[in-house]
Design a protein. Sequence first.
Length: 597
Amino acid sequence: MCGIVAYKGKEGCSDILLSCIKNLEYRGYDSIGMALAADKSNSIEIRKDVGPIDLVDEKLNFTSMQGNKGIAHTRWATTGSVTKENSHPHFSSDQKVYVVHNGIIENYQELRKELTDLGITLNSETDSEVIPQFIAIFVKEGSSLIDAIRKTILKIKGSFAIVGMHEDEEGIFFARKESPLVIGMKETSDGSGEKEFFAASDVPAFLSYTNEVYYIEDNEYGIIKEDIVFRDIIDNKIIKKEIQHINWDIDQAKKGEYAHFMLKEIHEQKNTIVKSIQQPSSLVEEVSDILKNAFGIFFVGCGTSYHAAVSASYVFTHVAKRHVNVTIASEFRNYKDYLTDKTVVVAISQSGETADLIDAIKTAKEKGSKVVSIVNVMGSTITRMSDKNIMMNAGPEICVLSTKSYTSQLAILLLLAHAIVDKEEKAKELIRKAGEEVTKIIDNNFLLLEKIAEKIKEENSMFLIGRDLAYPSALEGALKIKEVSYIHAEGFPGGELKHGTIALIEKGTPCIVLTTEATRDMIISNASEIKVRGGYMIGINSKENEVYDEFIKIGELGHANPIAMIIPIQILAYHLALKRGCNPDKPRNLAKSVTVK
Ligand code: M6R
């Protein structure tokens, strides 16, 4: 939900800022803007407009802007429609203070009224504009910049990550509450000992420049000058922070030989699935002890991460013989009366920044429950809120669609289910085989899936069915198809279609049938019910059947089947997107990390 970036260091930094903000385009692409200045001078230049970064850059030529410090923003609109005026950076009426913001200011109407009552004419319809306006007012009243920032932040209710500049002041200021913000630091290569500073919503923004970072916590703010001063918003005390080293390398955040990140990340699964279970054995032991001793386990997530939770609940039932409650994060608060200090909440999230899940974790913590998180982004908010963290080791996932993070989540949860009953080695063996299956599935079916996509690309609606372990794969498959190709797709348990939805089947309606060995006979009879009504049947299974019009063969992997069966659907969704003229990496209306509730 919006990407923010700041840089301070070398002259001619507009190309650095542009490359950093491009790396965050997955967080939103409704509009882009940039403001640049020469530090210690008194002139800030701003350019911004509506549209994706490359198109706006063609028009505005961002790299011709001059300066050695600046801020940039890519927007996923929340408050205020998609217009140039609502694009960031926002600035104060005296054109002294420039700010980019990610988050939601809940009391913005009240604050906007306060400003208009003071005679200020607002330039936009946004919540964000109140920030530079109030900072400018406090400075005009005599506050120092640092005090003006703090006074402004204390007025705000809601979430924010901000970076900004004041025309008469040195440096870049920043603040954070409940929206991600990291600061990167690099010694310049000219041996002068001078430093370059980066601030961004997410590490991949500046990973090609540095992987030495400071994580900014909630209620922290400060100013970057020759060095950084971090302060606590509440008591205003100076905070000492340690720099941390990030293990991701820049190649993981580049497309390389692939046409799209989506395709690259689908292919990467042969390795990421295996890497995901390379966990310290003491951690796996500790977490399985926590789960064994729990009285009440909740798996909680959103979107794809929720589907991984549903899938894992079947494995926990079958393998670990443990009942698990599975809850969509935004609904979790309804269960708060059942939470105690013996409850364990397993929070699942690629980004570690999903607002609904953060809210669920807060609910769990209020009740004294333990939180174990399964997260991909190191240092993210959720990792810092949890009692135990299992990192997914999938590397940066840039495409808005979750692909490799899903299979990593499935693999980790499969490992935990087995670890509880001392069958960890069995899980590892299945996951290793699943990794090997990925390449086979892609190589053997890529062209066939493209042919199928060509046949069905004009359809308005599709269905996916599966029973038992294959049912959550139907849910996840439907989400993949919907979000990237905009074809309406729904996943169902095989037995459920006949209770109503079968009325929608007509001649040629595509239906994907997901089969496990244990459910084969039952799902085949459900598939026949659809076929006789005209359905175009696409089977994903280890065994061919005459009910299928198209057949995608996958190896039989027992409880690891969901890892294999999602691969062909990810590829089908990719082909469908291309054939329908959609950009697989940037589906409309979506953003990679959903930091609003
Ligand atoms: O970062 P998270 O895993 O917490 O994100 C949860 C969902 O927003 C995410 O899975 C979303 O559904 C993706 N677009 C799915 O491809």
